[in-house]
Design a protein around this ligand. Structure first.
Ligand code: GRF
Length: 189
């Protein structure tokens, strides 16, 4: 039987600072039911272990197709009674298998004011474009790259002496509040 507590699976491929920010948020942490990781050795795995979050580590290359990989992920999510998918630095596009099973229940965070600067290296793109501000976007996931309907955005100024590192730090500070707050609101609706 499905439990009444909404359960979130976080998908991540790298560091996992956003994942940890969710685990540090009192009213959200009890809703985090699993980490799905596609990269053996990614630091996010250790963060999950420290917080006793179950980890599903699968290498897509071990499967014959993206659909076969996603079917395996889907059966894990069903076993854990997951109702929301939250992408946090997950470096692949979500395919039809998961999009159909979690219609309207997959969200992503991107470090730009979408639709500006989608895809890789959004911070570098913003610096090269010589704009005075960028920001953070939380959006629903569709088949495209950072193209789904926008849920919320927050602007972040670009300062004259910013490097990629200083700007990234300022963006992540915003992410670590905006993402947990937005997810908490969404899953409780
Ligand atoms: C974040 O900047 C997020 O916007 C992007 O990937 C990065 C993940 O960082 N989608 P972390 O692994 O949560 O530290």
């Amino acid at each position: 039987m499905r439990s009444s507590t909404p359960k979130v699976a976080v998908f991540a491929s790298g560091s996992g600072s956003n994942f940890e920010a969710m685990l540090e948020k009192d009213d959200l942490t009890r809703h985090i039911g699993a980490l799905i990781c596609d990269k053996p050795g990614a630091p996010v795995i250790q963060r999950a272990q420290e917080y006793h979050i179950p980890v599903c580590l699968l290498s897509p290359g071990d499967f014959g197709s993206k659909a076969a990989y996603e079917r395996e992920v889907l059966s894990y999510l069903q076993e854990k009674d997951i109702t929301w998918i939250v992408l946090a630095g997950y470096m692949r596009l979500i395919g039809p298998t998961l999009l159909e099973a979690f219609r309207g229940k997959i969200v992503n965070i991107h470090p730009s004011l979408l639709p500006a600067f989608p895809g890789l290296d959004a911070t570098g793109q913003a610096l090269r474009a010589d704009v005075s501000e960028t920001g953070v976007t939380v959006h629903y996931v569709d088949p495209g790259m950072d193209t789904g309907p926008i849920i919320t955005q927050q602007k972040v100024p670009i300062l004259p002496n910013d490097t990629k590192e200083t700007l990234q730090m300022r963006l992540q500070k915003v992410e670590h509040t905006l993402y947990p707050d937005t997810i908490e609101t969404l899953i409780k609706q």
